[in-house]
Design a binder for this molecule. Structure first.
Ligand SMILES: [Zn+2]
Ligand SMILES: [Zn+2]
Length: 336
């Protein structure tokens, strides 16, 4: 089979022929049909995640068909349409797992980091990472929902915002364009925060009732004029932009951080104390959370905007994702 692998930290993609591995106990093999290219693939490409073994095949937005079921697996069948997202497996034995908090497993596995991910024609995954795909979503449509989709959906549904509340989505990109749609479908009043006037039309089409151009206006002040945000979903990877939004929160408001950036977010104790505001991060969710995301997408019509590339063009697809110019999720497709 064909695979796109990273031979070492910081190295370029290689298209290689690999043996198709058989699934072991508790695993299934998936004939990959589509795999999303996520910004977090940078951890694998650049070797920023501790302990990655190379060569490694990235990819944690995997959609396909089960083509072999390993020993000691029940509930999954050959030919079933499935996906795998960021949550690539948990140990069932650590303190968090014993409390049912699988999302925060101390030995969480991540496809494309802990083991080979979806930039290949066949992938083996542990069953606790496997997600059933609904009929009405194509493989390409499902792929971005397995990481970008669930991240925004799960963060918002656990944010404490109620229908009618003002919820701001910072960034109209790979995560943000999904966050705006989910927030709108959850019944929030949605303020999209983007850069430049050009994004306004799209943001409104996606379900924002207000568009704030952070280049032209002070976004925090604009949010306060609307009464202050109950939640700000921070999706664009800019700690500076996130810091500037804290003052846009209303009483008991929460800055929900899902965009990954290396620099510190700056906030003073007074900013948090006045109005009892809080700052929270959110990471993805379990296979069951992903199934909730897919079911909600099916119900509500939430879909990612997608550009597709063949697996052979993984390097080009990855570069396109990194450029920030893709509209908005990049997905690899397999020709088999
Ligand atoms: Zn991701
Ligand atoms: Zn665990």
């Amino acid at each position: 089979m064909k695979a796109a692998q990273i031979p070492g930290p910081g190295a370029d993609f290689q298209i290689v022929e690999r043996e198709i591995r058989r699934p072991g106990p508790g695993e299934v093999r998936i004939r990959v049909q589509a795999c999303g290219v996520c910004h977090s693939d940078v951890f694998t490409k650049e070797g920023w995640w501790p302990g990655i073994e190379y060569p490694r095949i990235p990819g944690h937005e995997v959609a396909g068909i089960i083509d072999e079921v390993g020993p000691a697996v029940s509930g999954w069948t050959m030919g079933q349409r499935v996906g795998v997202g960021w949550h690539g497996g948990h140990d069932n034995t650590c303190r968090e797992c014993r409390r049912g908090d699988f999302r925060n497993c101390q030995n969480l596995k991540i496809p494309g980091i802990s083991y080979d991910g979806g930039y290949q024609e066949y992938m083996v995954a542990p069953v606790e990472a496997v997600v059933a795909l609904p009929e009405s979503l194509t493989d390409v449509e499902a792929a971005p929902l397995l990481c970008a989709g669930i991240t925004t959906y799960n963060a918002l549904r656990h944010s404490g915002a109620l229908p009618g509340d003002l919820v701001a989505v910072q960034g109209v990109g790979g995560l943000g364009h999904l966050g705006i749609q989910f927030a709108n479908q959850f019944g929030y009043k949605v303020a999209a925060i983007g850069q430049g006037p050009g994004t306004a039309v799209l943001a409104k089409k996606l379900g924002a009732s207000v568009y704030i151009d952070s280049r032209a206006t002070n976004a925090a002040e604009a949010l306060q004029k609307l009464g202050g945000a109950q939640v700000i979903l921070a999706t664009a990877p800019s700690s500076k932009a996130m810091s500037e939004l804290v003052d846009g929160l209303g009483p008991n408001g929460k800055l929900m951080v899902v965009g990954v950036a290396a620099e510190p977010i700056e906030v003073t104790p007074v900013q948090l104390i006045s109005g009892s505001r809080s700052l929270q991060g959110w990471a993805s969710g379990t296979a069951a959370d992903i199934e909730d995301t897919l079911a909600f997408a099916e119900l509500s019509g939430v879909r990612a905007m997608i550009e597709t590339y063949p697996l052979e063009e993984a390097a080009k697809a990855y570069a396109r994702m990194l450029s920030g110019k893709a509209e908005f999720r990049v997905v690899l497709t397999m020709s088999h």
